[in-house]
Write a new protein. Structure first.
Ligand code: RIB
Ligand code: CA
Length: 313
């Protein structure tokens, strides 16, 4: 089977880092063409550095890394150091990586890769604010036909928001970009807090990863132990939601998930509900369906997959 060509667009972020490791662990299934960084959890200068650190940790210095947009399309940038720590990857030592940063802007890499995709359309896997993807679509709309699918982490329905009562971080960080992406006309698979809040990194699950004893599992266990503290306190839960690796897990094992084709619309006017994902799960709006919404997951199956794959390093 030919590995599926993908680009991961991310804002590491401990959970983005684990998504990168999961993708890198599966070269027979996923051909990671490049990794693009966007401003999000922490500023761009840190997210691109953190991507390159993960490439070093995974001994994948061959993967091209690109820096993209350093602020949202229209709104002021927001960050989440209170969750991820000052570095964005607190819980592991930060170092100057060997993996180089490519000269080319991430948006131009995405455009060029899609324009050249020809008979092998590319799957985009955004796990941060959607700014890079939206700018690429606005700059060269013709790239859309070479997007196989967009499998993203973002949004919330039953869970409510994690940045405001109405909005999840990735979407409210750049709601105008999210609006562009959800209306691009290509197949979209969206995993939000309704699924990610079901995959909690409990101490037992983190310990099983720590017991693997390789560089990647050590970094993962360290980051998850740090990442654990904020959400467990906020939600009084036995572990922190492991958001971003859900996207890659879906590409590897779609059978672990339940999804439903719906209309998903983004609030871009009201300050009170800015960035809200209005998900028409019961088809009451009459709006045209435009995306699949993930609403359930086999959490044990997800952690078995993650642990088995991290053992490969
Ligand atoms: O709301 C969770 C999402 O926002 C995750 O992708 C996390 O990394 C942050 O980007
Ligand atoms: Ca992220």
């Amino acid at each position: 089977m030919t590995p599926r060509p993908i680009i991961i667009d991310c804002d590491p972020g401990q959970d983005d880092a684990v998504a990168l490791f999961l993708a890198m662990s599966s070269p027979d299934e996923l051909n990671l063409l490049g990794i693009t960084a966007v401003a999000g959890n922490v500023p761009l200068a840190l997210t691109e550095l953190n991507v390159r650190i993960m490439c070093d940790v995974a001994d994948r210095r061959d993967i091209p890394v690109f820096a993209g947009c350093d602020k949202p399309l229209r709104r002021e940038a927001i960050t989440a150091e209170y969750v991820h720590g000052k570095t964005g990857i607190d819980g592991m030592d930060v170092f100057e990586p060997d993996t180089p940063l490519q000269e080319q802007h991430a948006v131009d890499f995405i455009i060029e890769t899609l324009l050249q995709a020809g008979k092998a359309p590319v799957t985009l896997v955004p796990t941060g604010p959607l700014t890079n993807i939206a700018v690429a679509l606005k700059k060269r709309p013709e790239i859309a036909e070479n997007i196989e699918e967009i499998v993203l982490m973002g949004g919330a329905m039953r869970e409510g928001g994690n940045r405001t009562p109405s909005a999840e971080f990735n979407i409210i960080a750049d709601p105008h970009a999210a609006d562009i992406v959800f209306n691009c006309g290509r197949p979209i698979m969206a995993f939000g807090l309704d699924v990610t809040h079901k995959v909690l990194s409990t101490e037992a699950r983190v310990q099983r990863i720590a017991d693997l004893g390789n560089n990647v599992s050590d970094a993962t266990a360290g980051m998850l132990s740090f990442f654990h503290r904020y959400d467990t306190e906020k939600y009084d839960s036995p572990g922190t939601p492991l958001h971003d690796p859900i996207t890659v897990a879906y590409l590897l094992r779609p059978d672990l998930f339940k999804t439903k084709y719906c209309n998903i619309a983004i609030e871009t006017e009201s300050e009170l509900t800015m960035g809200h994902t209005a998900i028409d799960f019961w088809y009451v709006s009459g709006r045209e369906k435009n995306a699949y919404w993930g609403y359930d997951v086999d959490a044990d199956g997800f952690y078995e997959l993650l642990t088995e794959r991290l053992a490969r390093f």
